[in-house]
Design a protein around this ligand. Structure first.
Ligand SMILES: Nc1ncnc2c1ncn2[C@@H]1O[C@H](COP(=O)(O)OP(=O)(O)OP(=O)(O)O)[C@@H](O)[C@H]1O
Length: 722
């Protein structure tokens, strides 16, 4: 209520001041001082309004800010300023100078004030806010970074820009010479003018087309280079992240970021940016040509532009927010599809095709509901663009007609102007409709840059890479929880030792934390500095590449790549010879079956190794670990799919060839455990017993009980099988 009262008070005061000065024009005293009266009137109006704003207790706070005072100044002084400007240009001011108190004048000043307030709020940072140093808007920063990718190709872009300039200039020929031809038709006094105009117009138009062709070619090639650079940078950044990051993000989402989002972003850079460049250049030349033809008409055109700038910005913002949401939802749908296809066998064996389809459908429905809002945003944004430019067009035609009637411009010039103006408003309209699309791509780029900027949460890489490594590992009271479940300690004060030249068996029931110990040794997760030592030095101090060369792990469920067996065994060690590959395969008891395949080592292993059996997959994975000749070899239940004979052969070969090597064997099969020099029994994340198999058996503690249970279940299983 109070704010309505303020507005009412404000209007009353304003109208009264203006009308009061309207009365003064009747006084013969002020007639010779028309300009002074105008300005004094404006200043008094300003003072009166400022007094109302600052002394009326219920006036809105924003009016007391700098932007509010600026608006009042514009509101009060725009009319005197406009009249003075006309006077300076030598145009008639007689009617205006005494007509500022009219209702028409009043309404005009309100419209201008509203517009100026909008502009000031948007584009002109006020004196106070400047001091506060606003942080850059996210979208703006992303756009700057996107443009940063173009920097290495500055030379090419300068050439492209020159071609754009030449081509846009050539495009001015048609409207320009159409006007000349109109004048010739009206006057009929220059017989050669017609053919000359046609000739020059044709030459310039053809030249413009050639420039456009060269420019497009050069531009598109350069943009493909930029796209490749962005995509590989995103891929590299994602690969550098710590394992916990991959635990949290699904592979579908990651793939969508790298492919779809980078594509969207590159499209904006190539297609939209190119159009942006073309239309901006055209806009400059068109406006230049319009100015040459008629300054008042051009000024009138430009006055209407702020309206068609501001309106699309509002609708574009709404659209951008929804575009980001659609991207996220799409990434989710992608991850569901990727997960389903990568586990298709499990899906089918549980006959859950309908369940997965339903899950995917739900994701798509969510995307669809967001898409509808996004589409409405896009439609609203383009509709507001074209409506605002249509309004501008109609008013320009109206004003242009008046100027022609007053003989201010010739008919030919008016024709040219109208043609220029049509192209001009089309260019503005086009730029405005590209704005939301560029914003959409900027939205996509924000997500991508999140990945590029993300610092992997790992300890800074060490520099240690000693020539010889003994492979002595010590865990000192290690307590660990996964980052995704920080409150759940998986390891609780684990202390153990892996000695060079010895085989240590890590034994324990499911979920004891055995694989977690391996993941920590691989440095996949962060631990305290002194907790894990390798040859007496903290594990973090070693170079990453060095560490993974010296430690080889055969995981519980090894993953093979959809490449040849040769490439799988030599994975990460492409310089290994074929002899070394055969040797590793023999030790892993794999050479025989691989040689039996029709294509031998060139046989494709299939996606995730699906074209070989579980046991074969494990043996190939063991060969892949052995070819690196690691100082520390870790076998994490990696012979579970082998028959007893194969397993025995693998173990024998490993023991024979592991002189001086540290071996960690995670298994619950007693055959392997009995061969070990040392046994560590882990349960619930705690080391309960340590020693060799016989001594632990004699102790008759938890380990012995576990062995008994293992044997009982083994015998029962054997009986059931027989
Ligand atoms: N990436 C992870 N994020 C969160 N928790 C995890 C993660 N990996 C494993 N865990 C949890 O840690 C605990 C120990 O898992 P781990 O794989 O180390 O056990 P394990 O002894 O190797 O078991 P198994 O013999 O069944 O393979 C389990 O409770 C498991 O749910």
């Amino acid at each position: 209520m109070a704010s309505y009262l303020t507005v009412f008070l404000f209007l009353c005061m304003d109208v009264c001041v203006v009308m009061l000065f309207g009365v003064t024009r009747l006084s013969p005293l002020v007639v010779p001082y028309s300009f002074t009266t105008l300005w004094v009137g404006g200043l008094l109006r300003f003072t009166a309004l400022v007094l109302v704003v600052f002394f009326y207790p219920a006036s809105p706070a924003w009016m007391k800010r700098t932007s509010g005072v600026q608006t009042l100044a514009v509101h009060s002084l725009v009319y005197p300023a406009y009249v003075t400007l006309r006077w300076a240009c030598g145009w008639s001011t007689l009617e205006l100078i005494w007509g500022w108190h009219t209702w028409q004048g009043l309404l005009q000043s309100y419209a201008v004030s509203a517009l100026s307030l909008l502009l000031w709020e948007r584009y002109v940072p006020s004196v106070h806010t400047k001091k506060e140093e606003k942080p850059k808007e996210k979208g703006q920063a992303s756009l700057q970074r996107l443009l940063g990718y173009l920097k290495p190709y500055q030379g090419r872009f300068t050439a492209v820009l020159l071609f754009v300039v030449a081509s846009s200039l050539g495009e001015m020929a048609i409207p320009h010479y159409t006007g000349k031809i109109t004048d010739w038709i009206v006057k009929e006094d220059e017989p050669d003018a017609f053919s000359n105009a046609i000739k020059i117009m044709s030459i310039l138009t053809v030249m413009s087309a050639v420039f456009e062709f060269v420019c497009d070619l050069m531009y598109n090639i350069t943009m493909s280079l930029v796209h490749t650079a962005i995509q590989s940078q995103v891929f590299e950044s994602v690969l550098k992240q710590e394992i916990a990051f991959f635990d949290k993000s699904s592979s579908g989402e990651l793939v969508s970021r790298i492919t779809k989002d980078t594509n969207d972003m590159s499209e904006s850079l190539s297609e939209e940016l190119s159009l942006l460049m073309w239309y901006t250049m055209r806009l400059i030349f068109l406006y230049g040509s319009m100015l040459l033809l008629s300054v008042p008409l051009s000024v009138f055109t430009i006055l209407g532009l702020p309206v068609i700038w501001i309106v699309p910005e509002f609708s574009g913002k709404f659209y951008q927010t929804h575009a980001v949401k659609v991207q996220e939802s799409l990434a989710k749908s992608n991850s569901v599809a990727t997960e389903t296809f990568s586990s298709i066998k499990t899906v089918k064996s549980f006959a859950n095709e309908d369940g997965e389809s339903e899950r995917y459908k739900k994701c798509l429905e969510h995307t669809y509901s967001l898409n509808k809002v996004e589409a409405a945003g896009y439609a609203a944004s383009t509709w507001t663009n074209s409506m605002s430019s249509l309004a501008l067009k109609v008013s320009i035609l109206y004003y242009g007609g008046q100027l022609v009637a007053g003989n201010s411009v010739s008919s030919g010039d008016l024709v040219s102007f109208v043609l220029f103006e049509i192209q001009f408003s089309h260019a503005v309209e086009a730029l405005m409709s590209y704005y939301p699309r560029v914003k959409k791509a900027v939205g996509a780029s924000e997500k991508i840059f999140e990945y590029v900027d993300r610092k992997p949460d790992v300890s800074p890489e060490g520099s240690l890479a000693p020539k010889t490594l003994r492979g002595h590992v010590r865990f000192n009271n290690v307590t660990f929880a996964y980052p995704t479940r920080p409150d759940e300690n998986v390891l609780k004060g684990v202390s153990l030792e892996l000695k060079p030249g010895e085989v240590t068996a890590l034994v324990g029931p499911a979920d004891a934390g055995k694989s977690t110990i391996v993941r920590l040794l691989e440095r996949f997760y962060k631990t305290e500095k002194e907790e894990i030592l390798l040859d007496g030095r903290p594990l973090q101090d070693y170079k990453d590449q060095y560490l993974h060369e010296k430690i080889s792990v055969v995981a519980q469920e090894p993953t093979l790549f959809a490449r040849s067996i040769r490439e799988n065994i030599k994975y990460g060690k492409a310089d290994a010879t074929d002899e070394e590959m055969y040797e590793a395969a023999k030790q892993a008891n794999a050479h025989k079956f691989i040689s039996g395949f029709p294509h031998g080592y060139d046989t494709n292993a299939g996606e995730k190794g699906d074209e070989v059996s579980g046991g074969q997959k494990q043996r190939i994975a063991i060969a892949r670990a052995l070819i690196r000749k690691p100082q520390i070899l870790i076998l994490d239940d990696s012979t579970s799919d082998l028959d007893a004979e194969s397993e025995h052969m693998v173990h024998q070969a490993l023991l024979k060839n592991s002189k001086g090597r540290t071996v960690l064997l995670i298994t619950n099969k007693m055959g392997g455990v009995e061969m070990a020099d040392n046994v560590v029994f882990l349960q619930g994340g705690e080391v309960l017993e340590q020693g060799n198999h016989d001594s632990l058996q004699k102790r008759n503690g938890r380990y012995a009980e576990f062995v008994r249970l293992q044997n009982t279940s083994f015998h029962r299983k054997a009986q059931e099988d027989s």
